[in-house]
Design a protein around this ligand. Structure first.
Ligand code: ZN
Length: 362
């Protein structure tokens, strides 16, 4: 059956992906060049490397490595919140430019986050300085799993939401982003929080529910995808969120061996959407229209361009892009895999083999 393609021939300004993992070494060299094929020209790069990016020097070195691979992409950098991040470091980051925020990982919740934080009180002087300097606080909004208190991957985000409210009230001028919202309750919390709070929504959480990752490592990510009701709330938030939500794909590539498990290793968390970042969102909206969740009229130019770029750029205070691309609804399909030859393995993109829009930069 021929499917209705809503965005054929549409020209859009370059997207801003406000949450990406570009990794290191061979993975970095394989993944970074795929940013532009996803219609993106500006990315906010997460700091959970080995070792974590916890100095301004390390962030700027990493930025230079990425810039050498893709001179046409703008890389915004962040620091990994830990005890090395002090008010002095915040001032230094602002003075030197390039670093626009600080990322907090709850300890042990996500990849490479063993040094993350749980109790924020020791960081209040850092947050106060970030508030003064205009740096953004990016929250991985989950509390660590804890069996004795019935905290698990399904309720870890919801249990974090009081902390979001507390931080936003205590620091009303600190720009805060609740990263990768996955629940209706998270959407509501962002809507109810102060003007200083926004939420990012990934491309894959507009598609996935709990059954998709239970048993399929390729769809396993943190925070895990929740219920159909949660997924619908996320899709609605992208179009009805009044600018409070913008795209942050949390594209998180892992070699297939790490996803499907080699030997007795556990499956790594992360879904890889980078090469089709914009397309996966547009196709989720099409699916929303097809299923009656979204009205076609809701997908106004202002909403499409807002979620994919403008609202995020405005919040981070970065200029609108002058680059544009045109969408073509041809016969292109999502690649089955991306080779990482030096590792003798591949990375598998989300929605592999599915029909997708082609992007032509104009
Ligand atoms: Zn992430």
């Amino acid at each position: 059956m021929a499917e209705q393609r809503l965005f054929d021939n549409l020209t859009l300004p370059a997207s801003f992906d406000a949450h990406v993992h570009l990794r290191q070494s061979h993975l970095m060299r394989a993944v970074t060049p795929t940013i532009t094929s996803g219609g993106v020209d500006t990315v906010y790069v997460m700091p959970n490397l080995m070792p974590p990016i916890d100095t301004v020097e390390a962030a700027l070195n990493y930025k230079a490595q990425l810039q050498a691979i893709c001179p046409d992409v703008t890389f915004l950098m962040t620091l990994y919140l830990c005890d090395k991040i002090t008010p002095e470091v915040v001032r230094d980051a602002k003075a030197r430019g390039g670093v626009v925020g600080v990322k907090s990982y709850p300890a042990g919740v996500t990849t490479n986050s063993a040094a993350g934080v749980v109790d924020y009180a020791p960081f209040y002087p850092v947050f106060a300085e970030m508030e003064r300097q205009g740096l953004v606080l990016n929250l991985h909004g989950e509390v660590p799993s804890d069996r004795s208190n019935d905290v698990n991957v399904l309720n870890a985000e919801e249990k974090f939401l009081p902390t979001l409210a507390l931080l936003s009230e205590r620091f009303p001028n600190l720009k805060i982003v609740l990263e990768h919202c996955t629940t209706r309750k998270a959407v509501e919390a962002v809507m109810e929080a102060g003007e200083n709070v926004r939420g990012t929504i990934t491309a894959h959480h507009l598609w996935l529910v709990v059954d998709d990752w239970a048993g399929d490592g390729l769809h396993f990510c943190k925070p895990v995808a929740k219920t159909e009701g949660d997924k619908r709330a996320l899709v609605k938030a992208t179009v009805e969120g009044k600018g409070n939500f913008f795209l942050g794909t949390d594209s998180a590539p892992h070699l297939l061996g790490k996803k499907k498990g080699v030997g007795l290793d556990k499956c790594s968390a992360g879904v890889f959407t980078q090469p089709y970042a914009t397309q996966v969102v547009l196709e989720a909206w099409e699916e929303g229209v097809r299923t009656g969740l979204v009205e076609k009229e809701e997908l106004a130019e202002e909403v499409i361009e807002g979620f994919l770029g403008k609202w995020g750029r405005d919040f981070y205070g970065i200029e609108e892009s002058k680059k544009k691309f045109r969408l073509k609804a041809g016969q292109e399909r999502v690649a089955e895999s991306l080779a990482v030859e030096a590792e003798g393995d591949v990375i598998v993109p989300f929605r592999r083999g599915e029909q997708t829009y082609s992007i032509e930069w104009v």
